[in-house]
Design a protein around this ligand. Structure first.
Ligand code: ADP
Ligand code: MG
Length: 734
């Protein structure tokens, strides 16, 4: 199960002792006895009861709970356990093993303060089958007295190897007078937490909410006919089960999220997202947009002037885009296509159509480098047709920027290229009719929506075209991008020779370096992508600098250049231009060159630490070579030993050059969350559902979403409130 919020944390063995203590006091082996603050009346009032209606919940606790998305009593039921512990039976001390989390019971044989490194209380517990050390670093005087010799304790904690045999550090414990208290009857849920709400408190609150569930049902928003065909438990049974799995429940099945109760909740969660996104799509199609008729015929002239003819797949995607653009409802279309399939040309023709209608188009790229490259391509194509293209980046001189902004505001410039940051700063367009976003995988639903609102003018909304080089399988795309129409370009322009990929251990680096010399001597160029040693751009840039220096020294006859994320954009730009012009033969780079960069003369790419990179990223990087007619090679350098997973992943990338196939395998190997990236879609916040594991539910989720929209539209908001949360719902951004 996934966490909802970065502020939440699972309570693991590394928790601070303060938390462990408070937990011990309030909840160890407590039964679900905490009664409700008041009897709820109808189910409607139950659903709308604020969390403060519960006993013991005041304003400050309510605020902390809000961080977990809990605002109403009902929300507590949907705070789902991250995992479970089995505390249903007492384990004999003699049969404990390191790493176990277990309940034990015994008598304290010895309790003493010791000073091994720091002051601590150490107790020796025995049940006749063996001895266990309990170690406390934080303890009060009354606690110490309560742990005197002869006391019977029941403890729960993680067993580890200590200096005197097995031990538990800061176990949860309570005093017992002799085995009469039965252990827990159900598996113990471990909930996601937020600061100031300890595990024990969370359990007690959820116990109250569950108690109310006995007397007032939560409303099942899934229509009866859908439920009947599903063969899954009712919502109420599913909730009871996940919060209180019986002791015979299979922990492995629960951990894998495959129990029918979990599937029931996953179905509902997916439905909540799917129905909201589809409803959003419908609503946005009723907004007015400019129909782009291209009265000046610019698109046709551009097609005629391009140095190539479109591939069949490009032509098909273009005709879908053009049909949308001619309509007076705003297009929201995603073009999925592998690296190098020629998405830019399709985008350029769409932009030409806007310009040819006397309106404006803006193209946004994720990095300055890419913005500049797009600007160059578009200028090359559109300038000869009498259409200047403006460039806006944060790195450009103030004066150039000012004059570009003026030309955009006056409508003198009809096509604008810039970075995503472009739209964060209110740019005044004269009449913006089309927004093109490159590399959607860094772009979420909310961003799309705010873009649309910002672009609206005179009551019209701009068309949106989103291009992504991260191909994802169809069912996943339909779920994750349910608010978009999708076009696929599944064909590369002719004349490309597939890239040969080889996987080489770090020890053979010398050979690889020798290979660079050969390639450069034959007039070709080389990329060297530096290791992904760290998440920080600073350290990566540093590593790139060092690698460039080492390679330059080893290869005195070769002109070595460097590009990394910390360089000022003018320097990056200069290096890229020099590489494109052939002045630089070997370009050492960080993964900043990942997307879009186009240098057909480069025929060798070396990627260091390939075992640490995602498949999508490797595929993207590799797409930088093999852009011309010459055969290209991609060398994946790895540092062993490889884990079985890493080995499999490198095999996938070596054997396949099809982005969709790679994405499918990546999905199998890693799961959808990773594939989509955490920020990509609202679906990244899924709580129970998992797009890979629950893929078989998707077709029925889609059917059910249609049914809700057609017959039960009011259920959608209720489901969204339950699963997506008020702050994050897909909707108009004000
Ligand atoms: P991507 O889809 O990865 O953004 P690009 O749009 O950068 O791909 O295109 C890759 C290269 O292929 C560019 O040099 C582009 O000019 C060229 N190209 C695009 N379409 C065609 C085509 N139909 N025939 C030949 N070359 C093409
Ligand atoms: Mg591109």
């Amino acid at each position: 199960m996934k966490q909802r919020d970065t502020a939440t944390q699972a309570q693991g063995c590394g928790r601070p002792p303060e938390v462990a203590e408070s937990r011990a006091k309030t909840t160890l082996f407590a039964r679900d006895g905490a009664g409700p603050g008041g009897m709820p009346g109808s189910s409607a009032s139950y659903e709308q009861r604020p969390i403060t209606a519960l006993r013991g919940v005041g304003e400050s606790l309510a605020q902390r709970l809000a961080r977990l998305g809990v605002e109403q009593v009902q929300d507590l039921l949907f705070v789902l356990p991250l995992r479970y512990e089995d505390r249903t039976s007492v384990v004999r001390i003699g049969s404990l093993l390191p790493g176990m989390r277990a309940v034990v019971e015994g008598e304290i044989q010895l309790a003493q303060i010791t000073y091994r490194r720091r002051r601590q209380l150490q107790c020796s517990l025995s049940d006749g089958s063996g001895f266990l050390t309990l170690r406390f670093f934080h303890f009060s005087a009354p606690q110490q007295q309560g742990l005197a010799r002869g006391t019977r304790l029941r403890c729960f904690g993680e067993v580890r190897r200590g200096p005197q045999g097995l031990e538990m550090v800061h176990p949860e414990y309570r005093r017992v007078s002799g085995g009469e208290v039965p252990p827990e009857e159900t598996l113990t849920p471990i909930y996601p937490l937020t600061e100031g709400v300890a595990q024990g408190r969370m359990r007690a609150l959820i116990a109250q909410a569950l108690h109310e569930l006995d007397t007032a049902a939560v409303r099942d928003w899934i229509p009866e006919p859908v439920l009947e065909s599903l063969d899954l438990p009712t919502l109420r049974d599913a909730l009871r089960y996940v919060h209180r799995p019986p002791r015979e429940a299979r922990l492995d099945e629960l951990a894998a999220g495959r129990h029918p109760a979990q599937r029931r909740l996953a179905f509902e969660e997916l439905l909540a997202h799917q129905a909201s996104l589809r409803q959003l799509k419908r609503a946005s199609r009723t907004d007015p947009a400019w129909p782009l008729d291209d009265t000046e015929g610019v698109a046709a002239r551009l097609m005629a002037a391009l140095p190539f003819s479109l591939t069949r797949a490009q032509a098909r995607a273009l005709s879908e885009v053009e049909a949308d653009l001619r309509s007076n409802a705003p297009m929201v279309r995603l073009i999925q296509g592998d690296v190098g399939c020629g998405k830019t040309a399709v985008a350029a023709i769409a932009a030409a159509r806007a310009a040819g209608t006397g309106l404006q188009a803006a193209l946004m790229a994720p990095t300055e480098l890419l913005a500049e490259q797009h600007w160059r391509s578009l200028s090359e194509w559109l300038h000869p047709l009498g259409l200047p293209v403006a460039l806006l980046t944060s790195g450009q001189p103030a004066r150039a920027r000012r004059s570009a902004l003026e030309a955009i505001a006056s409508g003198e410039v009809r096509v604008v290229v810039g970075t995503h940051a472009l739209f964060q700063e209110g740019i005044e367009f004269s009449r913006l009719a089309l927004v093109i976003v490159d590399e959607q995988h860094r772009f979420g639903v909310q961003q799309r929506l705010s873009l649309k609102e910002k672009g609206s003018k005179l009551g019209r909304f701009p068309h949106q075209l989103i291009m992504t080089a991260t191909p994802i399988p169809r069912t996943l795309a339909m779920t994750a991008y349910a608010d978009l129409d999708i076009s696929v370009i599944d064909e590369l322009p002719p004349g490309r020779t597939p890239v040969r990929t080889v996987v080489v251990p770090e020890q053979r680096r010398e050979e690889v370096v020798a290979r660079i010399v050969q390639v450069c001597r034959s007039g070709r160029q080389v990329y060297w992508v530096c290791p992904l040693i760290d998440e920080s751009e600073e350290l990566r840039s540093q590593a790139a600098e060092e690698t460039a220096a080492v390679l330059a020294e080893a290869l005195p006859d070769i002109r070595v250049g460097l590009v990394h994320g910390r360089m000022p954009s003018s320097k990056k730009d200069a290096a890229m231009l020099a590489f494109k012009a052939g002045h630089i033969q070997l370009l050492v780079a960080t993964t900043v060159i990942e997307v879009g960069v186009d240098v057909p003369n480069a025929t060798l790419m070396v990627i260091e630490n390939a075992e640490r990179m995602g498949l999508a990223q490797l595929h993207q990087l590799r797409g930088r070579v093999g852009r011309g007619a010459e055969a290209s090679t991609c060398v994946l350098l790895y540092r062993g030993p490889l884990s079985p997973l890493a080995r499999q992943r490198l095999k996938v990338i070596r054997e396949s050059s099809d982005g969709f196939e790679i994405a499918r395998r990546d999905l199998e190997l890693r799961g959808a969350g990773e594939l989509l990236g955490t920020r990509q879609t609202g679906l990244a916040q899924l709580r129970v559902a998992d797009l890979t594991r629950d893929a078989d539910l998707l077709p029925r989720v889609q059917e059910a979403a249609e049914l809700l929209i057609a017959k039960y539209p009011d259920h959608i908001a209720a489901l969204a409130a339950r699963w997506i949360g008020t702050g994050e719902q897909y909707g108009r951004v004000g």
